[in-house]
Design a protein around this ligand. Structure first.
Ligand SMILES: [Zn+2]
Length: 401
């Protein structure tokens, strides 16, 4: 996703603000009306609300279509959340109250459609956008130099227009798919994301190490955290304002740190195929994985693992043309990579040291995790290759078949 600032005149800004507010209100309007049905069916929602929304909120046709689509998508998400909540806490208050209030869109965001309500000239660095008062053409965009390059190279999809209230600025987020020629990896690098050390690393080039987030960043994160608790306990109006400002700053800071850590990882391990744990499969495994240490757990929640993984994957694809992999994380922290023995006691007290109860192999637990993650990918790959070999072996001796 590429982010650009829109350079708008005062008048244009007012126009887009009006339209984005209308778009947001239109979504909230249907979200409320649909609460009875909770329908996710786009055709049905279109039949019921399209005309009404276009007239009531004065939206261009394609934007009204997107309002309907977004509403459907929001209800889909809500249904998924509801089912998950019901599975976990069937008789809880939050399940009973889940549908009490209609959902509301708060941020000022509108989705546009590439080559219909939106177009871009990457060589001139201008965009044009539809409004109810006609097309606004040749709006200059500003962003990072690298993003200008990607805009020229990549395949562009439907963007979103975002109004940032704090800076009173419009940004356009343009998703792109880069066509990077695929390269062969020179090493396979297992990465274990951990609470104590952000990366446990094991590479097929025989490097292994623990990488930490620098203390300076950790401390700053903790300061944001304690300020948050302090402001939350106050609860006054000015505290709430400060809280919002604080959380915006914290978010920007976190993003920045993750970028730095991701960059560091891919430059230390060039031309690598990175293998991560598949975090979507980790939930059931969490108790064995995270440990009991409260402090450690808090750290784990502070640095979003999913976000750092996606940053490494993205940067590595662009820089080296190598896709990353995700593997099933089950028991990666309890399995001995030398003899294969699986035992929770391999890691006494879920501490930092791994000692195999069968073969005495000893290593830092996060390195063991990383080795197992890399191995899992290698085994999977060998399995595939082996299958291919067995199926398509034309010269197999007759006696054996
Ligand atoms: Zn062992």
């Amino acid at each position: 996703m590429l982010k650009f600032k829109l350079e708008l005149s005062k008048q244009q800004k007012r126009l887009f603000l009006e339209q984005t507010i209308a778009y947001t209100n239109a979504i909230s309007y249907i979200l409320e009306k649909n609460l009875k049905d909770k329908s996710t069916n786009v055709k049905k929602l279109h039949r019921l609300y399209y005309k009404e929304v276009r007239e009531k909120f004065n939206l261009p046709a394609q934007l009204a279509v997107n309002v309907i689509r977004e509403t459907s998508a929001i209800y889909k998400t809500l249904w998924a959340q509801f089912k998950e909540l019901k599975r976990r806490k069937p008789n809880s208050k939050s399940v009973k109250k889940f549908w009490d209030k209609p959902p509301k869109r708060k941020s000022l965001i509108a989705k546009y459609t590439h080559n219909r309500t939106f177009s871009v000239k990457p060589d001139k660095l201008v965009v044009s956008l539809s409004t109810y008062a006609g097309r606004v053409k040749n709006i200059p965009i500003k962003g990072w130099n690298k993003h200008y390059e990607y805009l020229k190279q990549g395949k562009i999809s439907d963007p979103i227009l975002v109004y940032d209230k704090s800076s009173k600025t419009f940004f356009i987020y343009i998703p792109i798919t880069l066509k990077v020629p695929q390269q062969k990896p020179k090493q396979i690098v297992g990465v274990d994301l951990g609470e104590r050390h952000i990366f446990g690393i094991a590479s097929t080039t025989e490097q292994k190490e623990l990488i930490d987030i620098p203390d300076e960043y950790k401390h700053r994160k903790q300061r944001y955290h304690s300020l948050r608790s302090e402001l939350m306990s106050k609860g006054t109006r000015s505290a709430k304002r400060k809280l919002q400002k604080n959380s915006r700053r914290e978010k920007r800071f976190t993003e920045n740190v993750l970028h730095i850590m991701a960059k560091q990882l891919i430059s230390k391990y060039p031309n690598a195929k990175f293998v991560f744990e598949d975090l979507t499969q980790i939930r059931q495994n969490r108790i064995t994985y995270r440990g009991k240490n409260k402090e450690a757990r808090r750290h784990a929640e502070q640095w979003p693992f999913a976000s750092i993984i996606s940053k490494v994957i993205y940067k590595n694809t662009i820089q080296y043309g190598i896709e990353s992999e995700k593997v099933n994380p089950y028991f990666t922290s309890q399995t001995c990579p030398v003899c294969g023995h699986v035992d929770p006691n391999n890691r006494p007290n879920k501490g930092e040291v791994f000692t195999c109860t069968n073969c005495d192999y000893t290593e830092h637990a996060d390195i063991v995790g990383a080795i197992n993650i890399a191995l899992r990918y290698i085994v999977k790959k060998q399995d595939e290759n082996l299958k291919g070999l067995l199926v398509s072996q034309p010269n197999a001796p007759r006696e054996l078949t």
